[in-house]
Design a protein around this ligand. Structure first.
Ligand SMILES: NC(=O)c1ccc[n+]([C@@H]2O[C@H](COP(=O)([O-])OP(=O)(O)OC[C@H]3O[C@@H](n4cnc5c(N)ncnc54)[C@H](O)[C@@H]3O)[C@@H](O)[C@H]2O)c1
Ligand SMILES: O=P(O)(O)OC[C@@H](O)[C@@H](O)[C@H](O)[C@H](O)CO
Length: 542
């Protein structure tokens, strides 16, 4: 039997016996080097980081293209650090679940240190400040979910916590973005060395969003007389602090029980899956798919390791923007979100089993090929049609990717504008097109409203995935009863006109009535959702 903390240099054969590849470097050596000369910090040590960024770092360390490891900083969930990083010497077992059923297993030891960077933890706070004062630090990456960047309430006012943080200044603010701004202020005060701040979350112009949030806090501090203008100049100068755009793609489900069992059978013991009180599902191992893309704008003012040696594309800003819009707004995530919503409503427990349902396959093909592709720009480095072909034909149907509609349905309110709003805007901007000619995107928006009712297509109540806006959105819908008359406009008007959710007012662009109509049909008796979709496909496609 092997466990994560075993000495992989001495016990190499035992790891080989469990078919686990091990690092070619010494973790002790990289930990020492990281202490002296940190290069890479990652914020948000969740499953994507554990399966993707940590492997990139390992590839670079194995090749000698980098000599110090990654420092992981959690701003949000202390249990992630206390339960899956620290007890396992920051190591990870990466499991790639291939379409042929084989599992590729690799011990990753590329994380040198992990901290809970939060004002409730003075020691880790100070440690991160010391890291940000080091001239050697070249870049920080982020995978903190879409909501991790948000500073605003619906309606546009700053969140109360952010208002307080702005009044109180850079000393241990509560909000996550204010904490990052505070680290940058510390770097500014300690020599103002350059740095790249790289968001790798799933939304278009992710670097711009990070920059906007950081600058909003910093300018608030400046207005209060708490920081000087030099700090704003530092943050605004891309030669000193850059906020590159990125596109990241690797389907990385929450750790799955069946993968844990397979690992145990292969002689690996650290398989307990942790469900934290803050809803992170995480384990000493992570499961991910084989396909992966990471494309980053090549803007690193303090230098960088040769990330291309680990397969990262480093390209100009416009190319990243195009490739990201291609993936996040057209060719993958809108399809995923549609399957998430429909899967919860039709009581599916896996994405691959949804891909056995012809109507659901048709739904995502229509959203991708027919409604999205005509308005997406070809990014040149990845062909959009081939990308969708691979998503629909190979990736989503892979039964060994243990992905669930319930995971993907998390935080849907935060994703609507990105997944569908951008395409709707393209239809508005193009004089030869109009949003009212669309069918399956409005259907999916109606299905999301139907999802918020909290009752599935069999008439059974189900638990909605966590979402910061549920409290605001559900009250208008939870009292509706299937198969009864109700005033659809008063039920949906606040949601469909909410520009914070969709990026535009769906009534103003002529889609409100259509969405209300689909919603009414789906509020019929048992089976109405599947029937509405089937009839639409019969009418529009077949
Ligand atoms: N998992 C994937 O398939 C995948 C693929 C591409 C991109 N992404 C991007 O990565 C993000 C994270 O995915 P994951 O699989 O690591 O999720 P995860 O649930 O495993 O981890 C989420 C991470 O974000 C942190 N977090 C959650 N809410 C936060 C908040 N309000 N403020 C700060 N930090 C917060 C958590 O503590 C944790 O570190 C996604 O939201 C998406 O933007 C994920
Ligand atoms: O990660 P999210 O929450 O933005 O979206 C859920 C999934 O669509 C997403 O995680 C995909 O698996 C990923 O974007 C694939 O690269």
């Amino acid at each position: 039997m092997v466990k994560l903390t075993d000495n992989y240099k001495i016990e190499k054969q035992a790891f080989e016996g469990s078919q686990i590849a091990v690092p070619e470097y010494s973790q002790n050596a990289i930990q020492l080097e990281t202490e002296n000369a940190p290069v890479w910090v990652h914020f948000g040590g969740g499953n994507l980081f554990r399966c993707f960024h940590a492997q990139i770092a390992q590839d670079l360390l194995n090749q000698g293209a980098m000599t110090s490891g990654v420092i992981v900083a959690e701003t949000y969930d202390d249990e992630v650090i206390n339960r899956v990083y620290q007890p396992f010497n920051n190591r990870i077992l990466q499991v790639i679940t291939k379409a042929n059923g084989e599992f590729d297993k690799t011990l990753l030891a590329s994380v040198a240190e992990s901290y809970f960077f939060n004002p409730s933890n003075q020691a880790d706070w100070d440690a991160m400040m010391a890291v940000f004062a080091k001239p050697s630090l070249q870049f920080a990456t982020f995978s903190i979910t879409e909501k991790g960047y948000n500073l605003w309430q619906t309606g546009g006012a700053l969140l109360p916590m952010v208002v307080t943080d702005i009044k109180n200044g850079p000393v241990m603010p509560q909000n996550n973005m204010a904490g990052i701004a505070s680290l940058l202020y510390h770097r500014f005060k300690n020599g103002a060395q350059p740095i790249a701040m790289v968001s790798t979350d799933n939304f278009s112009q992710n670097g711009d969003r990070l920059k906007k949030s950081i600058l909003t806090i910093a300018k608030g501090w400046q207005a209060e007389g708490l920081v000087d203008t030099g700090f704003i100049d530092y943050l605004s100068d891309a030669n000193r602090v850059s906020f590159p755009l990125s596109m990241i793609d690797r389907i990385t489900p929450n750790p799955a029980e069946n993968v844990a069992q397979t690992l145990q059978a292969a002689g690996f013991t650290d398989t307990e899956i942790v469900h934290t009180t803050k809803h992170t599902n995480i384990a000493p191992f992570g499961n991910t798919e084989e396909t992966h893309y990471l494309v980053i704008e090549d803007a690193f003012p303090n230098g960088r390791p040769d990330l291309t040696k680990a397969g990262v594309y480093l390209v100009p800003r416009t190319t990243v923007n195009d490739v990201d819009e291609m993936k996040v707004t057209t060719c993958l995530n809108p399809l995923h979100t549609a399957l998430a919503i429909m899967g919860c409503l039709l009581d599916y427990q896996s994405i691959s089993s949804e891909m056995q349902n012809e109507d659901l396959v048709q739904l995502i093909k229509q959203i991708g090929y027919q409604e999205g592709l005509p308005v997406v720009k070809d990014p040149q480095i990845i062909n959009p049609k081939q990308f969708i072909d691979e998503v629909v034909g190979v990736r989503l149907p892979n039964p060994f990717i243990p992905d669930t509609p319930q995971r993907i349905a998390t935080d849907t309110s935060q994703k609507m504008a990105i997944r569908y709003g951008v395409t709707l805007q393209h239809y508005l901007d193009n004089p030869t097109l109009t949003p009212t000619e669309l069918t399956f995107i409005p259907f999916t928006i109606a299905a999301w409203c139907r999802y918020l009712v909290g009752v599935d297509d069999n008439g059974n109540a189900f638990e909605l995935s966590s979402d910061p806006m549920l409290g605001e959105l559900q009250p208008q819908l939870v009292n509706l009863k299937l198969g009864t008359l109700f005033n659809v406009h008063s039920a949906l008007k606040d949601i469909l006109s909410n520009e914070t959710i969709f990026g535009l007012d769906l009534y103003q662009i002529g889609l409100g009535d259509k969405i209300e109509g689909y919603f009414v049909k789906m509020m019929g008796n048992k089976g109405a959702i599947a029937k509405t979709l089937h009839e639409l496909i019969e009418k529009e496609v077949n």
